[in-house]
Write a protein that binds this ligand. Structure first.
Ligand SMILES: Nc1ncnc2c1ncn2[C@@H]1O[C@H](COP(=O)(O)OP(=O)(O)OP(=O)(O)O)[C@@H](O)[C@H]1O
Length: 220
């Protein structure tokens, strides 16, 4: 299975963000995506998920045209948005069955490391780390072969960050994952390869030094 973007361009008003972007993701790799604030990382993820229509260019799934309006319903791509999306007044143990009607699938979340500690709580009473971890478990355990993660590590306490990283690593051989976060060291811990969104295009990044050369990081 392969997901391919060809010649994707997108801008808002006069501001070009993506200019003829090419990207291919296999279904057994984790791709880290870096880029300074406002360069268009979330925009790129939203295009891949079908929430935003590119100005031009195409997306291909297994070599076939994958039109924007059909992506969400296809069940091929799951997306963790940057902002939290669960209803605050519902309990964790009520939310899990809403995502997974099947008991075995529910158990993957109920019995994931650490979930028992906050299963009885309302979403609105969870810590930021517990909430983000739960969201990653819910979206990551869906059957979709591709997973887009927009800032899973931001503002998360170390324990839950580690849980999230370990969970993402368990998906490595079964999904294609595109992961963006400014916590670049956390991304580098799980990714197989990395890209930097700069000057409206994607550059391959081998290591931290490339991030310095391309002015995403400073030398100190
Ligand atoms: N729907 C929209 N309408 C107009 N402008 C938008 C829209 N969505 C995003 N933008 C603008 O496009 C630019 C890129 O936004 P985007 O959220 O994709 O950046 P990002 O690389 O994810 O940034 P960050 O690292 O801060 O999360 C920003 O300047 C943003 O204000």
């Amino acid at each position: 299975m392969s997901l391919k973007l060809e010649n994707i361009s997108k801008g808002f008003g006069r501001k070009p963000l993506l200019n003829e972007v090419f990207l291919e993701i296999d279904n057994n790799e984790i791709v880290g995506l870096f880029g300074r604030n406002g360069t268009g990382k979330s925009t790129l993820l939203k295009i891949i998920f079908g929430l935003l229509k590119p100005d031009s260019g195409i997306i291909l799934m297994d070599g076939k045209d994958f039109p924007c309006r059909k992506i969400i319903a296809s069940g091929k791509i799951a997306f963790l948005p940057q902002d939290s999306f669960l209803p605050k007044n519902r309990k964790v143990r009520e939310i899990i069955p809403l995502f997974f009607p099947n008991g075995n699938d529910q158990d993957k979340v109920f019995y994931a490391k650490g979930v028992a500690d906050f299963c009885h709580k309302k979403i609105g009473d969870l810590s930021l780390g517990q909430l983000r971890y739960l969201e990653v478990l819910l979206i990551g355990n869906l059957q979709h072969p591709y997973l887009l993660l927009d800032e899973p590590f931001s503002m998360i306490e170390p324990v839950y960050k580690e849980y999230i990283q370990n969970f993402i690593l368990t998906l490595k051989n079964s999904k294609g994952i595109l992961l963006t976060d400014h916590y670049y060291l956390d991304v580098l811990k799980v990714s197989n390869r990395n890209l930097l969104l700069k000057d409206q295009g994607l550059l391959p990044i081998q290591n931290e030094n490339d991030l310095i050369t391309n002015r995403y990081l400073t030398k100190n």
